[in-house]
Design a protein around this ligand. Structure first.
Ligand code: ZN
Length: 117
């Protein structure tokens, strides 16, 4: 029985989740780290805070939102980022382990510490 798992669990080939700190490993932002704001599951991409900024022109929507050029994060392919282990301060491969209550947590394969807190 999978009671209680309300959210859709598409098996992405990644363990990256929202609010993770990730390292970009390829592309123009290579070597930078940032926080995951959003994961675009269907497209296999992530939006990372202040990374891969692009300029977009936006139409004005009244006095509260004047038009102009805004900067916005563009999505980065999931295969181009790696999760950072705060303990190792390095990108990490993750495994998972089951807690006594049955929940899965991600662990860093290098230092064996939990990534989920
Ligand atoms: Zn680690």
């Amino acid at each position: 029985m999978r009671a209680g798992s309300a959210r859709v669990d598409r098996r992405l080939p990644t363990s990256i989740r929202k609010n993770d700190t990730v390292l970009v490993i390829t592309g123009k932002e290579r070597g930078k780290t940032g926080k995951v704001l959003r994961i675009l599951t269907e497209r296999g991409r992530v939006i990372i805070e202040r990374l891969n900024m692009v300029k977009r022109s936006q139409k004005g929507r009244g006095p509260q939102q004047p038009g102009g050029v805004i900067e916005k994060e563009a999505a980065i392919d999931l295969s181009n980022v790696m999760i950072m282990c705060e303990r190792c301060n390095a990108p990490a491969r993750t495994g998972s382990r089951r807690l006594e209550d049955g929940t899965r947590v991600r662990v860093c394969r290098r230092c064996k510490e939990d990534i989920d807190r």
